[in-house]
Design a protein around this ligand. Structure first.
Ligand SMILES: *[C@@H]1O[C@H](CO)[C@@H](O)[C@H](O)[C@H]1NC(C)=O
Ligand SMILES: *[C@@H]1O[C@H](CO)[C@@H](O)[C@H](O)[C@H]1NC(C)=O
Length: 385
């Protein structure tokens, strides 16, 4: 998750519109002949899922969309269940929610987990600590039952925050983050939610998928444990994830009008659903802004761009594993108000990594259907319907 991109955005926008939430059906399928199926699955990782959606234990979980920047959904924790809205984030691996122990204004308007209200809650002696552009978030870890739609995880370790020194959290319509990154990215020794789903055999396949719809405030989903193939058209193109830490892949090149403008000798990119924009090295981002007609916006790290886009402004094409993934004008023009728009490109990843690294956030990801495959450590991309 890169919060950098949102701070100024929210502060700038005069009215924060909370888009009405919309309910979609959550489904769970029962698994027949589990052992038989597991061994079969190992041999036919994907050919099977093309045909067998009905036999699978997986959940298609609705996500709400806040300003096409944040995609969050409901989960519940405890007995009886306490409901929370969490950001589903491929760029981190811990689960945390605000708790009744947090007295900061950053927690005030949110739902707060009360461990005394849960008969299944257990304390641990572990602490969570984050300090980033968002602010300072401190919590302690506890264990309880976590439910995502119909998927039930027993004994999930999660953090209850007691400190959220943050200006931005009070403005956001969710009170926690559910990290879907690899365990190596989690607080040491804490088993992430998706790993619990796999270990406890709550899901039948070690995959999850995102469909991030940008047309309306609703309709986006995260699928846990399987893939509903009706959400994409054409083929899934698989890209290996070499290091099991971030959901990071190799990009062949980045081009505009057929001319390579970045990543000229391959580079790395993290696919991060918890990041709003597309981040790259400042030098290359500055060049892209010039090519698409974006100008520095006074006092902010953003560049403003005409909301209508000017005629002939080009697409920015990311080539991954030999396939072109373009960002069109409508994908990289982010509307803040009816007359103020920003370019979705932001500089600054050289602070994160010395080599050329990009972070592909929702502005890029929402055009594609994305499958994150933990068994084969690869990501599948297809055109979203
Ligand atoms: C979350 O739950 C609330 C009810 O508490 C419901 O109104 C809302 O639609 C749900 N959100 C999603 C994305 O399903
Ligand atoms: C709960 O999980 C922890 C580790 O995450 C483990 O040490 C403990 O034994 C588990 N408890 C039960 C009852 O499964």
């Amino acid at each position: 998750m890169r919060w950098l991109g949102i701070l100024g955005l929210v502060a700038l926008s005069e009215c924060i519109v909370i888009i009405p939430l919309m309910k979609m059906s959550t489904m769970q399928k029962t698994l027949k002949g589990k052992n038989l199926m597991n061994s079969f699955l190992e041999e036919h990782a994907y050919s099977l899922s093309q045909h067998s959606a009905n036999d699978q234990k997986f959940s298609t979980h609705p996500l709400s969309n806040f300003k096409n920047i944040f995609y969050f959904g409901n989960i519940s924790i405890g007995t009886p269940p306490q409901q929370f809205r969490v950001l589903f984030d491929t760029g981190s691996s811990d689960l945390w929610v605000s708790s009744v122990f947090c007295l900061d204004p950053g927690c005030g308007k949110h739902r707060l987990f009360n461990p005394r209200g849960s008969t299944t809650f257990q304390m641990t002696d572990r602490h969570m600590y984050f300090c980033n552009e968002l602010g300072q978030i401190v919590g302690f870890f506890g264990r309880d039952i976590v439910q995502i739609g119909d998927l039930v995880i027993m004994n999930q370790t999660f953090a209850l925050t007691y400190r959220q020194a943050s200006k931005i959290l009070p403005l956001l319509p969710f009170e926690g983050v559910l990290g879907l990154g690899y365990p190596s990215l989690a607080t040491t020794g804490i088993i992430p939610v998706f790993d619990s789903l796999m270990l406890q055999k709550v899901i039948s396949e070690p995959v999850f998928a995102f469909y991030l719809n940008n047309k309306k405030g609703y309709g986006s989903v995260v699928m846990l444990g399987g893939v509903d193939h009706s959400y994409y058209k054409g083929d899934l193109n698989w890209v290996p994830v070499p290091k099991c830490r971030y959901w990071q892949i190799t990009v062949d090149r980045i081009s505009v009008n057929g001319k390579v403008i970045g990543c000229s000798s391959r580079c790395q990119a993290t696919l991060d659903t918890g990041t709003a924009f597309v981040h790259g090295p400042i030098r290359l981002i500055t060049n892209i802004q010039r090519l698409i007609g974006a100008r520095p916006y006074h006092g902010y790290q953003y560049s403003s761009i005409s909301c209508r886009g000017s005629i002939g402004i080009p697409r920015v094409v990311f080539t991954i594993n030999g396939i072109d993934y373009p960002m069109r004008t409508e994908d990289y023009i982010v509307s803040i108000t009816s007359s103020l728009c920003f370019s979705a490109f932001l500089g600054g990843t050289e602070k994160v990594s010395k080599s050329e690294t990009w972070i592909l956030g929702d502005a890029f990801l929402k055009q594609y259907f994305l499958v994150f495959d933990r068994r084969n450590n690869r990501i599948g991309l297809a055109h979203a319907v």
